[in-house]
Design a protein around this ligand. Structure first.
Ligand code: ATP
Length: 319
């Protein structure tokens, strides 16, 4: 099926006969594969009598050389997969098998993309960016403080550079445009955080996705926001350059040096929110974040600090 997709990627018409000849299968087998392509990969294909088949929009595949051309100072080796369970899982596997960090893992598709607490990240083929950066952390816990918030800043900047001016942050780790989610971040740790460990920085960005019925909350993509298709290789390059710069600042000066910038770009700064922790709910007004990236809420007029992976923020209906 992927070979067929590669034949069609130029967005031109290809006759069933020519496709069959290239694949060494019958025209009816081509027809079946095309139906699979449409259904499984959610890629619309035009069928015109006398002309053949054409992808509704041309596809540009991820390509390490292309990324390097757009980000010449990037030093991270890049591993690209066609289809993988999750780029974070692949990153962990590669780190465990001795692959020296830092390195990047990208995929055209994730079959088991993850959000927080085992939630699913919808990851259709060749439409979005599924990106994991694997880092080795040697200097202990302080290097992890506020890290996922810093990654959010880098993602937000890369999106704005790509024309999504309205990209903003939602504590702790989402990037929104208005109320719609455009990117998610998932950090995972292996090893001893007090000593030497690996951190996997997983980032999913909706790039050219225009339809995804399975996403059960409001979402958007770069293409939906800017009105035109986006070169994912260029976006990966922008994201990597931003990440490299922000991670360097974080490593040298700590999250405290980025705290104010983060608050300035928090979509829900000053808003009335509910903080959900399992079955408990805390209502308050967002004051900002502290020097470790924990949430500062005014609860009944008293400042309280919250942190931890089990917390979710929601806007209050009356906000
Ligand atoms: P939280 O505020 O706790 O982070 P969340 O619902 O945003 O809540 P995440 O774990 O960050 O949870 O992300 C997973 C959720 O994101 C899924 O449950 C789904 O609602 C949504 N989602 C899944 N795939 C996509 C996607 N490609 N684009 C936007 N949103 C998605």
């Amino acid at each position: 099926m992927l070979t067929l997709l590669k034949l069609l990627k130029d967005g031109r018409f290809h006759s069933g006969e020519a496709l069959g000849a290239a694949l060494g299968v019958s025209r009816s087998a081509v027809w079946k594969q095309l139906q699979h392509l449409e259904a499984e990969l959610n890629l619309p294909i035009h069928k015109v009598r006398g002309k053949g088949y054409q992808l509704a929009s041309p596809l540009v595949f991820l390509n390490a050389e292309n990324i390097a051309l757009n980000a010449p100072s990037l030093e991270w080796p890049i591993h690209i997969s066609d289809s993988i369970d999750s780029t974070n899982t692949e990153g962990l596997r590669l780190a465990n098998s001795g692959c020296p960090a830092p390195f990047l893992v990208l995929a055209e598709q994730q079959t088991a993309g993850r959000g927080r607490r085992g939630r699913k990240w919808v990851s259709p083929y060749a439409q979005n960016v599924y990106y994991s950066l694997i880092l080795r952390i040697e200097s202990g816990l302080s290097q992890l403080e506020g890290l996922s918030l810093v990654v959010g800043l880098a993602v937000m900047r890369a999106l704005r550079e790509s024309g999504v001016q309205g990209a903003a942050l939602k504590w702790p780790n989402d990037v929104l445009v208005g109320q719609k989610k455009i990117a998610g971040i998932l950090l995972e740790l292996v090893g001893d955080p007090a000593d030497i460990c690996h951190v996997v920085i997983g980032i999913g960005i909706n790039v050219n996705m225009r339809k995804a019925d399975e996403v059960d909350q409001q979402w958007t993509s770069v293409q939906l926001e800017t009105g035109s298709p986006v070169d994912r290789n260029a976006l990966v390059a922008k994201l990597s350059m931003q990440l490299q710069a922000y991670l360097e600042r974080h490593k040298t000066n700590g999250f405290v040096s980025l705290q104010e910038e983060w608050e300035q770009n928090h979509a829900w700064q000053g808003r009335s929110v509910s903080l959900i922790a399992g079955v408990n709910q805390i209502d308050g007004v967002v004051l900002g974040v502290d020097h470790q990236g924990a949430l500062r809420l005014s609860v009944n007029g008293v400042e309280k600090i919250y942190s931890g992976g089990e917390l979710s923020l929601r806007l209050r209906d009356d906000s």
